[in-house]
Write a protein that binds this ligand. Structure first.
Ligand code: XMP
Length: 438
């Protein structure tokens, strides 16, 4: 019985750079859409639930290795209308040389095809998306067990909540505390997932292990590599201890796929999630939010009942405070930057800035300066505060923070955080600076 609620339009990537814009435009019409590679197979096409139409979307990247790419012939046998844009396809119901340039015309072309020719219903909403994913996860997983690395970031948290709804304690979450988390972060993951949602959650305290590996390592890229490799090793060890795991869930989202390079798009940077596991631990993947954009992931998280603080959490780098405790990490400075960061976050939240500022954090350098404390000379560390706004993290501007607030945060850090005698505010935009200090 087909219990899938949402109709779907498939976009085949024939080299357009605008696939995601088209997908979003269709979703804006109220119809779910997904993007597939040009050589999508028959089995994959047949397995698409409620497929109502296909759009072949060509463009500048149509040539791969010197040859123009062609859609898989099976698309014409799928029994649904096919429209081509920017791609000369004789067998299609409709072809357009390009998407019409003015907005109203483009919208009309799209709504005529999607709503009239394909007869797709406007039934894309988060409620239906979740219901459909629950059904699809159950079909894929059956009685199997699923393993998930749960960092507490938005994507892995939403995947955890979705899988919990679908398969309950067939899901095993592993949360690795590498000692580079922000204050209260691991505790928050345990409280939300183990205590409130009753997830099967394994908490791994790997703090000593990570800090020992990082001991004396000053180069930022070496630190990143050590943290990434050690994470996989810890996760691998946990996976080996568990018996009968069949699947690995990942919080891959659509921009990860685009940035890692589709068949026609060039690679921007590779995203691994928990890639890098050894061959004998290659599980089948469950990626229920792989077709969502970030704002949709957040909407999904809210609909699943996750707290707003988790869903709208600011970006936090995988290596965590490891790249904010500059140079070789020492425990006193790591604690100082964690405490300073917590004060900054608390004061930003009180001022409502957590709702508006894109990213804000503290960093601590590995040099000291002279100060005075208790009528005596002190020699302690500075803390650098940073708050930036950006759309895509490629460039960023500095938040014009209110002076009184800055003074309040400074006073708190200087009185509450050990080993710190100065607070600086970083005014540098990106470029030439980057957002992080390492
Ligand atoms: P930069 O410092 O390059 O940062 O301007 C851009 C965005 O990326 C985040 N960032 C990282 N995220 N692993 C991550 O997962 C990393 O190694 C890493 N380095 C930077 C940074 O926080 C900012 O949002």
């Amino acid at each position: 019985m087909n219990t899938i609620k949402q109709d779907m339009i498939a976009i085949l990537d024939l080299g357009s750079t605008e696939n995601t814009t088209l997908a979003r435009a269709i979703r804006n019409l109220g119809v779910y859409s997904e993007i597939y590679p040009h050589d999508v197979g028959n089995a994959e096409l047949k397995a698409m639930p409620n497929l109502k139409g296909i759009i072949l979307y060509g463009g500048v990247n149509n040539v791969v290795d010197g040859n123009p790419i062609e859609p898989s012939p099976v698309v014409y046998e799928a029994g649904v209308p096919v429209m081509a844009i920017g791609y000369p396809a004789a067998k299609c119901e409709k072809t357009f040389d390009a998407c019409p340039a003015d907005e109203a015309e483009a919208l009309k072309m799209l709504s005529d095809f999607v709503l009239v020719d394909c007869g797709a219903k406007k039934n894309w909403n988060m409620n239906n998306f979740i219901a459909d994913q629950v059904e699809l996860i159950r079909r894929q997983v059956g009685n199997g067990k699923v393993l998930l690395a749960l960092s507490g970031g938005v994507d892995s948290s939403v995947v955890a909540a979705l899988l919990l709804k679908a398969i309950g304690n067939q899901l095993v979450c592993v949360h690795v505390n590498h000692g580079l988390m922000r204050k209260g972060e691991s505790e928050g993951v345990i409280e939300i997932f183990r205590d409130n949602l009753h997830a099967n959650l394994i908490y791994v305290d790997a703090v000593e292990r990570f800090l020992t590996k990082l001991d004396g390592v000053a180069d930022p890229e070496s630190k990143r590599k050590i943290i990434g490799a050690e994470f996989i090793r810890v996760f691998e060890e946990e996976a080996r201890k568990l018996k009968g795991i069949d699947f690995l869930a990942q919080g891959t989202i659509y921009p990860d796929i685009v940035e890692s390079g589709t068949k026609t798009a060039k690679t921007v940077k590779s995203h691994h999630n928990v890639g890098g596991l050894p061959d004998d631990l290659k599980f089948k993947l469950v990626e229920p939010i792989r077709q969502l954009f970030k704002d949709e992931v957040r909407a999904c998280g809210l609909e699943l009942g996750l707290p707003r603080g988790m869903v709208f959490r600011q970006p936090f780098p995988g290596p965590g405070l490891g790249v904010r405790c500059l140079g070789a990490i020492t425990r006193d400075r790591l604690e100082a930057v964690r405490e300073a960061d917590a004060i900054l976050r608390e004061e930003f939240a009180k001022a409502g800035l957590d709702q508006t500022v894109w990213q804000y954090f503290a960093a601590i350098p590995d040099f000291r300066s002279t100060g005075v404390r208790d009528n005596a000379r002190s020699y302690e560390y500075p803390v650098i505060l940073r708050a930036v706004n950006t759309v895509d993290a490629m460039s960023a501007t500095t938040e014009r923070i209110d002076w009184t607030l800055l003074e309040k945060i400074t006073a708190r850090i200087l009185s509450e955080v050990k080993h710190v005698n100065r607070v600086c505010y970083d005014l540098s935009p990106k470029p030439p600076a980057t957002i992080e200090w390492e």
